[in-house]
Design a protein around this ligand. Structure first.
Ligand code: ARG
Length: 742
């Protein structure tokens, strides 16, 4: 029950705004009470400051009734809070799943059909593709359920319920504890909560910290692992515009793909089996193709991954000057290595497409953040607020907060070099499939070598399959060059405490080549023979295992000075958030995103910047704009001929807008971030009008500070999705499965 008093107060203010007469009554009373005009002005500005702003905020479903329901109704919501989130009855939340850990998807039929972004299904689609059957390039639609394809690993996660365990957990800690002791105590209690709610493994239970360790909630989930590909447009549609258009508006991307969840006969999760049947969900979203207009209510439910709205100014400066530049630079080098090999060989392209897209996505994002945070002077703004906080914290009654800002700033000052270093090192891990080998295959082979005969027999087939699978999906020349280039960049630029083996090497390229020649882990035959004749000593002295161990140790290495500063910092950051909420000095009143289910509400909304859009209003785009961008055979702006024909014949079926245009993408002012990809955009009736898939570059600072004017969510119009399935792909049977509101 404790999201906080501040929000409750705000809601009162909101309540007041709904009833002007009431407001007037209250104010006349206030006027009587306040003798001086000055006091009245202060009171007025407080009321204004306390008003809930609909667009900003990622809200918990269990609190919407108290915090947001009235505001949402005023904006056009027709559902009750019980229809959105109910523990006992089916509700909207039962149609929303977390998709493969990092995205969101929604149920759109009573036969387990799920809709998500193309970029969320991307790795599964690439995995199922071969140069001969290249679904990534050509698209795919299953004619019937038998043709649906099961990728190796793909799962969806249903949200069952959540609850507040703040008191229970905070009762286990006290102010005398070090941060380590505190974390240990929290972990212990967390384990108990997880065990109590998992129903013997039926559910996944996760306890998460909110408001920087000031509150705790647990979440109960159920995972389904038999998830199959139903259909996808070709990448020229699903990723139209590529990295050039990524994070940009105006946009023209058909960023969607479809999957189906399978279950056993009782509807329970089950490993893949031909006998599994499509899941009958508790709720699926109706699809509304009546179209949207500016200012229409729009609500998004999904799993935003990470925001940092409480990040201190020192952290912002550290990111802008040290962490992100290293991230951007190393990403670009990794992309260059990947691209050189992907361009040469179609098989390599498919195997590395997903890794490339992931790195490229955050390469552009982090540069966008550097630019936006610099342009808007976000660190300076926050620093000003922190000095206000400092003043407040140095009042006698608040003195427990007196060192908060100092401790925070000292930590950042001490770790700037490390932040840069860590980002170069992290890109070695993200770029190379071998850099952490000692934790991967290295550890598994060691376990195998240490096992007895009987255990080995059961491990052998599984390991053998994994080894073969791994080597069929990688390209050794690429991997060798990647490891070399990433280490080389790190050695030249990290400028901080390099691992001994790297700083001593004269010819790094020859060194990396030798490791690839000599290691067991870089060759399929050597790995498979190891399974025949396991030998622990061989692994312990393996040059790749040694290198990898060194990197990992080094990554976690610290100094006493940093450890001490970190302990103070963790405490100070927690106190900062607590104090900011108490003093009401922070405009942020909702918890940061942390991959838990949230609701964001706002409206269909135009971007005020002149963007050279094809549509008259700058809140949507049309197929005309798509075709305007068309560049034949281009890697990013090519289009399928059939789509252009449909456009030329204006053959849009029932999916065109009133003026006869085919809508493609639209904007809302919802507050979302990475992880929300694939989230449903819902109208006031809880009907699907689109899928969220991106943010705009102008507001790339959004993870740290929400900009009401500039921050938009870019969505695929559901009419474009249905048009592509029905008219372009000819898979009308899929549309027929859905509940379409015309
Ligand atoms: N920017 C999108 C997100 O982070 C991903 C878009 C993928 N498309 C692309 N061209 N890389 O959700």
């Amino acid at each position: 029950m404790n999201i906080n008093n501040q929000i409750l107060k705000q809601n009162k203010a909101d309540y007041i705004s709904l009833y002007p007469n009431l407001i007037f009554g209250i104010f006349s009373n206030l006027i009587l009470k306040f003798k001086k005009m000055k006091n009245l002005l202060v009171a007025l500005s407080l009321f204004v400051g306390l008003f809930v702003h609909a667009d900003e905020g990622m809200w918990f479903l269990m609190f919407i009734d108290r915090l947001n329901q009235r505001d949402m109704e005023k904006m056009g919501l027709q559902l009750t809070s019980e229809e959105i989130y109910s523990i006992n009855n089916s509700s909207l939340k039962d149609a929303i799943v977390q998709f493969n850990g990092g995205c969101t998807a929604e149920l759109v039929s009573d036969q387990g059909l799920v809709l998500t972004n193309h970029h969320c299904g991307y790795s599964a689609i690439a995995e199922l593709s071969t140069p001969e059957d290249d679904y990534l390039t050509n698209g795919f639609w299953a004619d019937n359920k038998k043709d649906e394809m099961k990728p190796n690993s793909l799962y969806v996660r249903f949200f069952v319920r959540m609850d507040d365990v703040s008191k229970r957990i905070l009762d286990k800690v006290n102010e005398e504890m070090t941060e380590d002791e505190r974390n240990t105590a929290i972990k212990e209690e967390t384990k108990k909560i997880e065990a109590e709610n998992s129903e013997n493994g039926k559910y996944v239970v996760s306890v998460r910290s909110f408001f920087q360790g000031n509150e705790f909630y647990y979440f109960v989930y159920q995972d389904y692992t038999d998830v199959r590909l139903v259909g996808t447009p070709p990448a020229s549609v699903g990723k139209f515009g590529g990295d050039t258009d990524n994070w940009e508006w105006p946009r023209h991307t058909g960023d969607f793909s479809m999957f189906r969840i399978y279950a056993d006969n009782e509807g329970n999760p089950a490993d893949y089996s031909e006998d599994n049947i499509p899941l009958k969900p508790k709720h699926h979203l109706p699809v509304n193709i009546q179209g949207i207009e500016q200012d229409d209510f729009a609500m998004i439910l999904g799993y935003p991954g990470r925001t940092n709205r409480w990040l201190p100014s020192g952290g912002i400066s550290q990111n802008v000057k040290f962490a992100y530049p290293a991230w951007v630079e190393a990403s670009k080098e990794a992309m260059d290595v990947l691209k050189a090999y992907m361009d040469k060989d179609n098989g390599v392209r498919l195997n590395y497409a997903s890794q490339y897209a992931g790195i490229a996505n955050y390469w552009k994002n982090r540069q966008g953040m550097i630019d936006a945070l610099t342009k808007f002077k976000t660190a300076e703004t926050k620093a000003k607020n922190e000095s206000r906080f400092n003043k407040w914290g140095n009042k006698k009654k608040n003195k427990i907060y007196s060192n908060v800002i100092k401790d925070i700033n000292e930590y950042y000052a001490l770790t700037n070099g490390k932040a840069r270093h860590d980002n170069y090192l992290r890109m070695i891990f993200r770029g190379s499939k071998f850099a952490t080998s000692s934790r991967g295959f290295g550890a598994q082979l060691a376990e195998y070598a240490a096992a007895d005969k009987e255990q080995r027999a059961t491990m052998k087939t599984r390991l053998g399959d994994m080894i073969k699978g791994f080597f069929s999906s990688i390209h050794i020349p690429l991997e060798k060059e990647m490891l070399f280039e990433m280490i080389d960049l790190y050695a030249r630029k990290a400028n901080y405490n390099l691992p001994a083996s790297i700083s001593n090497v004269k010819d790094l390229n020859a060194h990396v080549s030798a490791i690839f020649e000599l290691s067991i882990l870089t060759d399929e035959t050597r790995m498979l023979s190891f399974l025949e004749v396991p030998n622990s000593a061989l692994l312990e002295n393996d040059p790749l295992v040694l290198l990898s161990d060194e990197f990992i140790e080094h990554y976690y290495a610290s100094t006493d000075e940093i450890d001490a500063a970190k302990d103070k910092f963790d405490r100070a950051f927690r106190m900062l958030v607590e104090g900011m909420r108490k003093s009401k000095l922070s405009p942020v009143i909702y918890p940061d995103a942390n991959s838990t289910l949230r609701l964001s509400y706002g409206k269909v909304s135009a971007l005020p910047v002149d963007s050279g859009n094809d549509a008259k209003e700058n809140y949507y785009t049309t197929l005309k704009g798509t075709v305007n961008k068309y560049v034949p055979n281009d890697a990013e702006f090519d289009l399928p001929k059939e789509l252009i024909e449909l456009y030329e014949n204006k053959d849009f079926g029932p999916y065109a807008d009133k003026a006869g245009h085919m809508p493609v993408n639209f904007l809302t002012n919802n507050d979302i971030t990475g992880g929300n990809s694939g989230s449903p955009v819902l109208n006031g009736n809880g009907e699907l009008i689109g899928l969220a898939f991106d943010g705009n570059i102008e507001a790339m600072a959004g993870d740290v500070i929400f900009d009401k004017k500039l921050q938009k969510t870019i969505n695929v119009d559901i009419r474009y999705v249905l048009f592509l399935i029905d008219k372009y792909a000819g898979a009308k049977h899929i549309v027929d499965e859905m509940t379409v509101i015309k």
